[in-house]
Write a protein that binds this ligand. Structure first.
Ligand SMILES: [Fe+2]
Length: 475
C-alpha cells in the first residue's frame, strides 16, 4: 500500500462547513491531466447544515452541485446551489415549511401531521435519458438540473414524460448498459389490503416507460440500492422495516421519517430476483444483513448471480457516521464502514458470501462500463473514519491480489472509475486537505496501479459529497 502525507485528525471537520457562495473558478493542475479525458465530474452533497440560515440535520440541508468540467486539456469548476420551488419558498419565508427526512419542522406533531418531506436533492446525481441531470436526497420526486448552467429546470421535461404514479422514487436509478435503459424503483404506502408495494419500471432511451413488475410487501422497508444484470433485476430487501405503528407515528409527525424503521435481526435478508421481461420473480433468503450500496451484479457462466456490495451486519447505516463526524462526536460503535462482500445466488436459491477485504469500506465502485457484466476487480474507499481514509482495489477471484492507497487523508465523496477513449482506466477521487490549507482537490489516479496523474486544486472547501458521477463527453 502506498501512503500519502498525513494531515491533522480534526481537519476533516472543514468538510462539514457550509459553503455560502457560488464560485466559477479555474483549478490549478498539479501533474499531467490524462489525454483523451473529457467530461464532467460531478459532486452533489448538502451545502451545509442550514436551511434558511438555521441549523438543521446535515442530511436535511439543501443540495449543492460541484462540477469539474474537463475539456480539451482544460479544467473549469463551478458550484451551484439547488433551488427548487420549495427551497426558494423557505428562503423567502426565512424558516422551514417542509419536513425533512431526518428532522421535523417546529411546532410539534400538529404542524408535521401528514406532511411528506421535500426533496433536498443532496445525495445522488445521475444523467437522465434526455441528457439533463437528476438529483435527489434519496427518496421522492427527483429534481431535474441543466448540465451546463446547473440550474433547476422547473416543470421538469423528464418528469412530464414519466407517468406521475412513478415519481415516488425510493432508490438511485440504475443504468442498464446492454439496453441503454434506466431502471427505477417507485414505492407506495398503500396498495391492495392497505399494504405497501414497490414497482420496478424501465425507462427506455426512446419510447414509453413501462412497468416490469410490482412487488407486494408486508411492511415499509428501507431499501437503498438495487442492480440490473443482463436478464434480471436484483433487489435486496433487508429486515429494516417500520411496522405499521411506527410508520403511522412518523406520518402523524410524532418523529421524523428516518426514525421509523427498526432493525429486525431475526428476520431474513431477501433478494428479489425479477426477470426483466416480467416473466418471473424469485425470492432468495439469507441471514439478516443490510446491503447498503450494491456496486454490481451479473450472471456468471454457471447460471449463478454474483452481487458485489457494501454490507452492514447490524443494519446500521453510515448516515449516523456522517452526523457523528460533523459534530465531532465519538461513534457509538467500533467499526465504521461496512464489509466489501461478494454474494453468490445459485440456482438452488442458496446464498454464499465472500468478504473481499479485512478493512471496513464505503462507496464501492467498479469500471462503469462493466455494470451488469462480469467484473473481477472491485474498488472502494477504505477506513471511512473521516481522517485517514484510502482507496482499495481487490481482485474478487483472488483477494490476496489487493492493492491501494492508505491514508489519502479524507476522501470527500464516492470516487468513480472511468475509461478514456484510448482505454486508459482512471480513478477520480475528491479529497479534502482541510485545516489551514483551505483547499479541495480532485485526484486522478491510474485504475491499474494507482500512479497519480494529477491533482486539480481549488482554494475553497467543498463540503463532503456523497455519490459522485462522471458524464463522459466525446470530443
Ligand atoms: Fe447511497
Amino acid at each position: 500500500m502506498k501512503t500519502t502525507e498525513q494531515f491533522d485528525s480534526k481537519s476533516y471537520l472543514t468538510g462539514f462547513e457550509a459553503i455560502n457562495e457560488e464560485y466559477t473558478l479555474k483549478p490549478e493542475i498539479e501533474g499531467t491531466l490524462p489525454k483523451n479525458l473529457n467530461g464532467d465530474f460531478i459532486q452533489v452533497g448538502p451545502k451545509g447544515g442550514k436551511i434558511a440560515g438555521k441549523d438543521v440535520h446535515w442530511l436535511d440541508a439543501n443540495g449543492m452541485i460541484s462540477q469539474w468540467r474537463i475539456e480539451n486539456g482544460k479544467v473549469s469548476f463551478k458550484n451551484r446551489f439547488i433551488t427548487t420551488k420549495e427551497i426558494k419558498e423557505e428562503e423567502l419565508l426565512g424558516k422551514r415549511k417542509h419536513r425533512g427526512y431526518f428532522t421535523n419542522i417546529e411546532g410539534g406533531w400538529f404542524n408535521n401531521f401528514g406532511k411528506m418531506p421535500r426533496n433536498p436533492a443532496n445525495a445522488w446525481i445521475v444523467d437522465a435519458p434526455n441528457g439533463n441531470l437528476l438529483a435527489s436526497g434519496g427518496f421522492g420526486v427527483p429534481v431535474e438540473v441543466d448540465p451546463n448552467t446547473l440550474e433547476v429546470i422547473e416543470d421538469s421535461p423528464f418528469l412530464k414524460s414519466l407517468p406521475k404514479k412513478w415519481h415516488s422514487w425510493i432508490t438511485e436509478p440504475v443504468h442498464h448498459s446492454k439496453t441503454d435503459s434506466m431502471f427505477i424503483l417507485a414505492g407506495y404506502l398503500f396498495g391492495k389490503n392497505l399494504k405497501p408495494y414497490v414497482e420496478l419500471v424501465e425507462i427506455p432511451k426512446k419510447g414509453k416507460p413501462k412497468l416490469v413488475k410490482r412487488i407486494n410487501l408486508n411492511d415499509v422497508y428501507l431499501t437503498h440500492t438495487f442492480a440490473i444484470t443482463n436478464n434480471y433485476a436484483v433487489i435486496p430487501i433487508s429486515p429494516y422495516r417500520t411496522g405499521l405503528k411506527r410508520a403511522l407515528g412518523a406520518f402523524a409527525g410524532f418523529y421524523p421519517y428516518t426514525e421509523a424503521p427498526k432493525w429486525r435481526p431475526n428476520e431474513p435478508l431477501r433478494f428479489y430476483v425479477i426477470a426483466l421481461d416480467g416473466s418471473s420473480t424469485k425470492i432468495i433468503k439469507t441471514k439478516a444483513e443490510h446491503p447498503q450500496h450494491i456496486v454490481n451484479a451479473y450472471e456468471d457462466d454457471n447460471g449463478n448471480i454474483i452481487v458485489d456490495c457494501e454490507v452492514y451486519k447490524n443494519g446500521i447505516l453510515p448516515l449516523a457516521e456522517l452526523e457523528a463526524a460533523r459534530n465531532d462526536a465519538p461513534l457509538d460503535y467500533s467499526a465504521p464502514g461496512g464489509d466489501l462482500v461478494r454474494y453468490k445466488l445459485n440456482e438452488k436459491d442458496v446464498v454464499t458470501k465472500k468478504v473481499l477485504s479485512e478493512e471496513k469500506i464505503i462507496y464501492p465502485f467498479i469500471d462503469e462500463e462493466l455494470v451488469g457484466q462480469s467484473n473481477s476487480y472491485v474498488f472502494a474507499v477504505t477506513n471511512p473514519s473521516w481522517s485517514d481514509s484510502g482507496l482499495l482495489k481487490v481482485n474478487a477471484n483472488n483477494i490476496k491480489d489487493t492493492s491501494g492507497i492508505e491514508s489519502l487523508r479524507f476522501v470527500g465523496g464516492g470516487p468513480v472509475l472511468v475509461k478514456t477513449e484510448d482505454n486508459s482506466s482512471l480513478i477520480m477521487c475528491p479529497v479534502f486537505t482541510g485545516g489551514s490549507t483551505n483547499i479541495s482537490e480532485l485526484h486522478i489516479y491510474s485504475g491499474i496501479n494507482f500512479e497519480l496523474h494529477c491533482k486539480l486544486k481549488l482554494p475553497i472547501n467543498i463540503p463532503f459529497s456523497t455519490h459522485c458521477h462522471f458524464v463522459e463527453k466525446k470530443i
